[in-house]
Structure formats: structure tokens, C-alpha cells
Design a protein around this ligand. Structure first.
Ligand SMILES: O=C(O)[C@H](O)[C@@H](O)[C@H](O)[C@H](O)COP(=O)(O)O
Length: 224
């Protein structure tokens, strides 16, 4: 794990976006199409804003979500809606994007169909993840229904996860996909998440799913 601490949030977001852009540029020199996997949540928006204004051969970048809340894009919880608003605009509007939620399709069938459709594009070239103070990442939450299947070595690319207390089901990239990303960036802020990161290092993935990616992760952190 490579932990980088920044003096403030603006620097954190700028430097994280730059690291992702640099990794994408290198990947684009090596492959015709590259895969960028990004999370939702409240933290990565400023990174998306910067990336969307960054000059890259975005037409050769396939953007996918690390996870989704199982809601239509009209719902405030939708990660796909977040990307369309903050990332897939400006320069990055040329990127290819595959949303996950499909109206009228049950989540288990969607997981099977999208795994079959998207597995050929793997591995993920550049992975951006967030983390909760409970040490979840993507939608792999400790003790969640579906977590064990998502942690399995033979897990398909995408699986549904049910998180106790959350109104919508979750849809997540699984451990093998996250672990096998070529470049991984974990974006976290605040003292609670910094403490959780330290705890995660000594816990098994069942209790700290973020443990899946820590060995290969560049962790970008600021206190604010
Ligand atoms: O759908 C999501 O919410 C994200 O993909 C999720 O994994 C997020 O990265 C963490 O929950 C941290 O969320 P915050 O950035 O809001 O703290």
C-alpha cells in the first residue's frame, strides 16, 4: 500500500485526478481500449470534474462503475446519474459508458447478463475506489448478504449485494475484478477513514472488504 497524505482537499482532488489521468495515458499507449472503473458516493465528484476537463483520447476509454445502487437514473441515489453529471461531460463526454441498472430486469439476471457482456473488457486498467468508515469498498460491505459470493476467487464480474438498513439493493464489481486492476487509487478523507484504513490492514476481507485492494493501492488522503 502506498499512502499519500495531502495538505488539503483541493490538493488531494487535483493530485488524484492527475494520477488517474497519467495512468490512463500510459494504458492508452498500450491498449486500443482501456477500462476506467470509478465509484459513486459523495467524495469523488471533484476528481470527476477535473478529469472531465482533461485532454485524453476519451473515445478509447470505457468507463464502468465499481458499483451501483439498484435504482433508475432519475433517483438521487444513482451513481450512473452522478457520472453523467460530473464525469461524462466536456472532454470525457466521448468516453464509452455502460450503466448497470435496467428497468424491469431483476438484479440477479442483470448481474449475469452484464458479467457476460463485460468480462471480455477486463482487466480494469485504472480503478478508483472510495471507502466507508466501516471499511467497505465498492458495494462490498462487511457482513452483507452476498459478500461471501463476491469475495470468492471464482466470482463473476458483477453480483448483487443486500446491505442491511439500505433502501435499495447494491450491484458491485467483485473481489477478483478489484484485486486484478492494473492501477488502483483509493480516495479517502477525514480522520475516521484514516483510522479505518489502519484497522483494515490487520483484518480479513470478510470484516474489512477494502483489504482486497490495499496491497496494490495508492491511497490518497487528506484530513479535510
Ligand atoms: O456507491 C457508493 O456509495 C460508492 O461506490 C461507495 O463504495 C463509496 O465509495 C463509499 O461508500 C464511500 O462513500 P463516500 O465517498 O460518500 O464517503
Amino acid at each position: 500500500m502506498n499512502l499519500i497524505e495531502y495538505p488539503d482537499r483541493d490538493t488531494l482532488m487535483r493530485k488524484t485526478a492527475q494520477a488517474i489521468a497519467d495512468d490512463l495515458t500510459i494504458a492508452l499507449e498500450q491498449r486500443d481500449e482501456v477500462v476506467l472503473a470509478v465509484p459513486g458516493g459523495t467524495t469523488p465528484g471533484p476528481v470527476f470534474d477535473i478529469l472531465s476537463a482533461t485532454t485524453l483520447d476519451w473515445a478509447r476509454v470505457h468507463v464502468i462503475l465499481t458499483d451501483e445502487r439498484w435504482v433508475p437514473e432519475s433517483d438521487a441515489e444513482s451513481n450512473a446519474a452522478l457520472l453523467r453529471k460530473r464525469l461524462l461531460i466536456g472532454q470525457a463526454a466521448a468516453a464509452k459508458f455502460t450503466p448497470y441498472f435496467t428497468e424491469g430486469t431483476d438484479i440477479a439476471s442483470a448481474a449475469q447478463n452484464l458479467s457476460a457482456q463485460l468480462e471480455p473488457i477486463l482487466p480494469v486498467d485504472v480503478l478508483l475506489l472510495g471507502m466507508g468508515a466501516d471499511m467497505h469498498t465498492a458495494s462490498l460491505f462487511p457482513h452483507a448478504e452476498g459478500l461471501q459470493a463476491a469475495l470468492a476467487e471464482a466470482a463473476p464480474m458483477l453480483l448483487p449485494v443486500t446491505v442491511e438498513g439500505q433502501k435499495s439493493m447494491r450491484f458491485s464489481l467483485t473481489a477478483p475484478v478489484l484485486r486484478n486492476a492494473a492501477k488502483t487509487h483509493l480516495l479517502i478523507t477525514g480522520s475516521d477513514k484514516r483510522a479505518a484504513l489502519s484497522r483494515a490492514a490487520s483484518l480479513p476481507p470478510e470484516q474489512a472488504p477494502v483489504q482486497i485492494v490495499l496491497p496494490n493501492a495508492n491511497v490518497h488522503w487528506s484530513a479535510s
